[in-house]
Design a protein around this ligand. Structure first.
Ligand SMILES: [Fe+2]
Length: 218
């Protein structure tokens, strides 16, 4: 099983690094990105994917927003799709806590399907979504996630001035991860801005991701 913890020493299984040394970050908090192989089995991924497409076939349109164009989402997909999540979440929780320790508590999950011309603009996750694990459930595996190595305590979203002022700084020093189906990347999403560039694919292609979120407790 391949697992790669990326902090300051740039060990790189499934990881590439862009820009200057992470020592440029403005806080002692390390980015601590973790690549986790086989978070979900292919059967578990397939089960979610089939049920999700069944829901779409039945006319469900999903939630859309301008921030993440050409995508639709589903809150707490296991509950929404009628899949028992207890054992799956316990397994994932245990693996993530090996790295982030016990001062995090699992919150919820979120599914999003990205289509042609989707883009995930540079952003931080909101407070309370302190650690996020992004897992590829199905579709293409060639759309990388980029995670800045530059720490921030600001909320970064499409409209924030902080984003407009500092986007180049965040993008200048970042790590890039590809996640094959069932694999995922965890990061401190509230403190390290992350993004995906424009996704180009055929109209019948897509990327299906589930984000699992934890909050830090003191
Ligand atoms: Fe995010």
């Amino acid at each position: 099983m391949v697992e790669s913890v990326y902090t300051t020493d740039l060990k790189s299984v499934g990881v590439s690094h862009v820009g200057s040394s992470p020592t440029s970050r403005t806080s002692l908090m390390k980015s601590k990105n973790i690549f986790l192989e086989n978070v979900l089995s292919l059967e578990e991924c397939q089960s979610i994917e089939i049920k999700f497409f069944d829901v779409i076939k039945n006319g469900w349109k999903g939630y859309k927003d301008d921030y993440r164009t050409n995508s639709i989402s589903l809150y707490d997909p296991y509950i929404a799709l009628g899949i028992d999540q207890n054992s799956i979440i316990a397994k994932i929780d245990q693996r993530v806590k090996e790295y982030y320790k016990d001062n995090i508590v699992y919150s919820h999950s979120f599914l999003r399907m990205y289509k042609n011309n989707s883009q995930l603009a540079l952003h931080t996750d909101r407070k309370g979504l302190d650690v996020t694990l992004s897992v590829n459930i199905g579709g293409l595996e060639s759309w990388p996630i980029c995670i800045s190595n530059v720490y921030t305590e600001s909320d970064i979203d499409t409209y924030s001035s902080k984003k407009q002022n500092d986007e180049l700084t965040f993008k200048n020093d970042h790590s890039v991860f590809l996640t094959p189906r069932g694999c995922g990347v965890a990061c401190y999403g509230n403190n390290f801005p992350h993004w995906r560039d424009i996704f180009e694919c055929r109209d019948d292609e897509y990327v299906l991701q589930i984000f699992y979120h934890w909050r830090i407790i003191s």
